[in-house]
Design a protein. Structure first.
Length: 137
C-alpha cells in the first residue's frame, strides 16, 4: 500500500517529467507548440489528465471515471488518428488500455490501481510523443 503522500509525490513527478518532455522537445520544429488545428486538438488531452490527477489525490472516484471517459472518447476521435502507421495505432491501443485500467480501478474504488493506471497512461503519453520524434533526430 502506498501512503497518500507517496502517491501524490510520484504523480507530481511523472506529470512534471511528461510536461517537461513536451515543453522541451524538438525546439527546431517549424511548427510552434500550441498553434494549428492538430496542436489545438492534442491540447484537449491536458484538461482531463490534470483533472484526474486532482481527483486521484482527493480519492474522487466518480471524477476519475468521468475524466477517463473524456480521454477515451478523444482517443477515438478521427483527429487523434493523425498518423496512419501501425506503430501509432499500437501506441494508441496501449494508451487506451491504460485509461481502461485506471477507469476500471476507479469503478472498483481502488485508489492504488487508479494511481498505477494513471502512471501507466503518463508513460504512454511520453512513449507516443517520443516515437513521433524519432525521424526528426
Ligand atoms: C498515440 C499517440 C499519442 C499519445 C498516447 C499521446 N499523444 Fe499527445 N500528441 C500526439 C500527437 C500526434 C501530437 C501532435 C504533434 C505535432 O503536431 O507535432 C501530440 C501533441 C501533444 C501536445 C502538444 C500540443 C501542442 O501544443 O503542440 C500535448 C500537450 C499533448 N500531446 C499531451 C498529451 C498527453 C498529456 C498525453 C497523455 C495523457 C498524450 N499527449 C498522449 C500523440 C499522442
Amino acid at each position: 500500500m502506498f501512503t497518500r503522500t507517496t502517491i501524490i509525490t510520484i504523480m507530481l513527478l511523472t506529470a512534471i517529467i511528461a510536461a517537461g518532455y513536451i515543453a522541451t522537445s524538438n525546439p527546431s520544429d517549424a511548427q510552434q507548440p500550441g498553434t494549428g488545428q492538430r496542436a489545438t486538438f492534442m491540447r484537449l488531452k491536458l484538461q482531463p489528465v490534470k483533472d484526474i490527477l486532482e481527483a486521484i489525490a482527493l480519492e474522487d472516484f466518480d471524477r476519475i471515471t468521468a475524466s477517463a471517459e473524456r480521454i477515451h472518447l478523444l482517443s477515438l476521435d478521427e483527429s487523434w488518428m493523425v498518423i496512419q502507421t501501425d506503430e501509432y495505432r499500437r501506441q494508441s491501443d496501449e494508451f487506451r488500455r491504460s485509461v481502461a485500467v485506471m477507469s476500471k480501478a476507479a469503478k472498483d474504488k481502488n485508489i492504488d490501481g487508479a494511481t498505477l493506471g494513471y502512471m501507466q497512461m503518463t508513460l504512454n503519453c511520453v512513449r507516443c510523443h517520443r516515437q513521433l520524434r524519432i525521424p526528426e533526430q
